[in-house]
Design a binder for this molecule. Structure first.
Ligand SMILES: *[C@@H]1O[C@H](CO)[C@@H](O)[C@H](O)[C@H]1NC(C)=O
Ligand SMILES: *[C@@H]1O[C@H](CO)[C@@H](O)[C@H](O)[C@H]1NC(C)=O
Ligand SMILES: *[C@@H]1O[C@H](CO)[C@@H](O)[C@H](O)[C@H]1NC(C)=O
Ligand SMILES: *[C@@H]1O[C@H](CO)[C@@H](O)[C@H](O)[C@H]1NC(C)=O
Ligand SMILES: *[C@@H]1O[C@H](CO)[C@@H](O)[C@H](O)[C@H]1NC(C)=O
Ligand SMILES: *[C@@H]1O[C@H](CO)[C@@H](O)[C@H](O)[C@H]1NC(C)=O
Ligand SMILES: *[C@@H]1O[C@H](CO)[C@@H](O)[C@H](O)[C@H]1NC(C)=O
Ligand SMILES: *[C@@H]1O[C@H](CO)[C@@H](O)[C@H](O)[C@H]1NC(C)=O
Ligand SMILES: *[C@@H]1O[C@H](CO)[C@@H](O)[C@H](O)[C@H]1NC(C)=O
Length: 485
């Protein structure tokens, strides 16, 4: 029976009728507060680090999040869009500084609280499950002044904020994502690559890595202890992971190391049986630190207690995936500038796209759908995972056209690979398209949206693209290549 299913499946995929996602598979779309809400100074909202940076240095980034998609006022339309597409789930984030204007729970904003209550209730009324990210890059500016993610106290500040959010919303929100993409938050944000543009490439990202993991773990433990028995929800952290494949047969070891650096530095402490940093990586970075004359390793060690705190703090694996890269050893004497993934150059590793892969609209975002299937299998096997959700996947388009054929093609091919991974035995239970609508993405050039947004119109009018009709049909049929959309 199983073999027949596989053969039929292969025939279907091969013949261009697409693949079938299993019954019960959930389809969603995602956004984040800073990218869509606007209303940056509405009511008593506190200032975020993005507000501060973009107001101080308006020329660095084209535009800011002051209004964005104006979802602070237009959330009813957002819910309506989710309903039009037929989404099972909608992933959005809470702006920490909207709920807790001082950053700390001494004061909870009544308007902030109600905004998310309305959004959550609005979704539930339409039968759409809310999925909430607690931190999607934006941080109260006050906490940024105090060092942000490099201040060890942040794990407690975050845990207190998480407790407030759980207390207010966990009766209705069953899926919680603590921190989004530490790979960007830490590795780019504390290496002058994005807000807060802290330029400390040696230490910043590694201190941040540890603090993010402790913050996540403390929030998870709070849910476990005080909320799980009441609401039976799920909590995890979101990782961004481009699939990494060896450039040649001689690059398998460095590929393993690159995976440790990019995914394992975050995933191993949470998902592995042993916990803590990946051993080899920790040793190399400690050696590098010693050779540079530092007394302490730049990647701060975990105490045994911290290792235990972080280990096992997941109810499923949340994966953001967009693309793949090839990994190779740097050639002797090769000058490695900043590569596509910040920091990895200290391991003598070069990452580059395969020239044969279809190019996207930005350099590193090539189209290599098979990479997703390989990555899902890799993660499942590495950590013996029993459930994975793809919390982001989408095509980076800079073409504002409503006829977004490339996004449709990208989504179809990636969803086919999800179906194949499920056939391989990986339990992928949900897929979230990034994004529900065009939004602020260090400017307004990125057109990721199922809906186009007119940013010149005060009403921020949203118009469905071809991809939204395509996705809607996929959701109805569970087939990746439906007819007539
Ligand atoms: C809010 O910010 C906008 C700029 O985005 C400004 O024009 C407006 O005056 C501010 N409102 C308040 C109440 O500060
Ligand atoms: C940090 O990045 C900004 C924006 O890209 C750039 O203008 C600035 O020179 C960088 N600072 C350092 C110290 O590299
Ligand atoms: C791999 O390394 C071996 C031994 O150094 C060499 O002979 C071979 O050409 C290398 N393969 C590739 C694809 O570079
Ligand atoms: C780190 O340095 C020690 C002492 O020099 C050495 O024995 C060890 O092999 C090094 N580890 C790695 C992974 O390079
Ligand atoms: C993998 O997880 C399953 C439960 O999901 C468990 O039964 C099995 O023993 C685990 N395998 C290993 C090697 O730990
Ligand atoms: C996949 O995970 C879901 C949620 O944990 C579970 O209900 C389901 O039984 C799993 N399916 C398989 C095939 O393991
Ligand atoms: C944008 O997409 C439209 C519709 O698919 C296409 O006709 C047009 O050539 C594209 N423009 C660019 C610059 O790629
Ligand atoms: C989209 O996919 C279809 C079917 O495979 C193909 O014919 C078409 O050329 C693709 N369009 C683009 C813009 O990639
Ligand atoms: C914006 O919305 C208002 C109120 O719904 C409406 O009167 C107005 O015509 C709209 N403007 C545009 C440009 O769509």
């Amino acid at each position: 029976m199983f073999n027949i299913v596989l053969i039929l499946f292969g025939v279907l995929v091969g013949s261009g009728y697409g693949a079938q996602l299993p019954p019960g598979f959930k389809f969603g779309a995602g956004t984040s507060a800073l990218q869509i809400e606007g209303g940056w100074n509405a009511s008593d909202r506190g200032e975020s680090n993005w507000d501060r940076y973009l107001h101080l240095f308006p020329d660095t980034i084209d535009g800011n999040g002051d209004v964005a998609c104006d979802s602070y006022h237009l959330w009813r339309r957002d819910v309506q869009m989710c309903e039009e597409v037929g989404l099972d789930m909608y992933r959005f984030s809470i702006a920490w500084s909207r709920l807790l204007p001082t950053g700390l729970p001494n004061y909870i904003s009544e308007d902030g609280k109600n905004y998310y209550n309305n959004l959550i209730d609005g979704l539930l009324e339409k039968g759409i499950e809310p999925v909430v990210t607690l931190n999607h890059f934006d941080l109260p500016q006050r906490l940024q002044y105090l060092g942000g993610w490099t201040n060890p106290l942040i794990s407690d500040w975050f845990a207190e904020y998480a407790r407030v959010a759980f207390s207010l919303y966990a009766d209705r929100v069953k899926i919680w994502l603590t921190v989004n993409e530490p790979q960007i938050l830490c590795d780019s944000g504390y290496n002058n690559g994005t807000v807060p543009y802290i330029n400390d490439p040696k230490f910043g990202r590694y201190i941040c890595s540890k603090n993010v993991l402790l913050a996540h773990a403390k929030a998870y433990r709070i849910y476990d202890k005080d909320f799980r028995h009441l609401y039976h929800g799920k909590v995890t952290i979101v990782f961004l992971f481009l699939w990494l494949a060896p450039a040649t047969e001689n690059d398998t070891e460095v590929t393993n190391l690159a995976r440790q650096y990019i995914e394992g530095r975050y995933g191993h402490p949470v998902y592995s049986k042993e916990g803590g940093w990946p051993k080899e990586l920790e040793e190399i970075l400690a050696n590098n630190s010693r050779n540079e004359g530092y007394v302490q390793p730049r990647l701060p060690p975990f105490t045994e207690e911290e290792k235990e705190l972080v280990k096992g703090t997941f109810d499923f694996y949340a994966l953001n995936h967009y693309s793949s890269l090839l990994v190779r050893k740097a050639k002797p004497g090769e000058a490695i500038g900043k590569t596509l993934v910040d920091g990895i150059e200290e391991l003598g590793i070069v990452l580059e796209a395969d020239p044969s892969w279809e190019k996207g609209d930005i350099k590193w975002l090539t189209v290599h759908p098979e990479g997703l299937r390989q990555q899902l299998n890799y993660l499942k096997n590495t950590y013996n995972l029993s459930e994975i959700m793809i919390t982001e996947n989408g095509f980076f388009s800079s073409n504002a056209s409503l006829n977004d054929v490339r996004t449709v093609n990208y989504t179809r091919k990636y969803l086919e690979q999800v179906a194949l991974a499920i056939q391989d035995g990986v339990n992928v239970t949900a897929y979230f398209h990034w994004s529900l609508m065009d939004n602020f993405d260090k400017g307004y050039d990125a057109k990721f949206g199922l809906y186009a947004v007119d940013f010149t119109d005060a009403n921020r009018t949203r118009t469905p693209r071809l991809s939204s009709r395509y996705y809607s049909k996929v959701i109805k049929t569970h087939c990746t290549d439906p007819e007539d959309y």
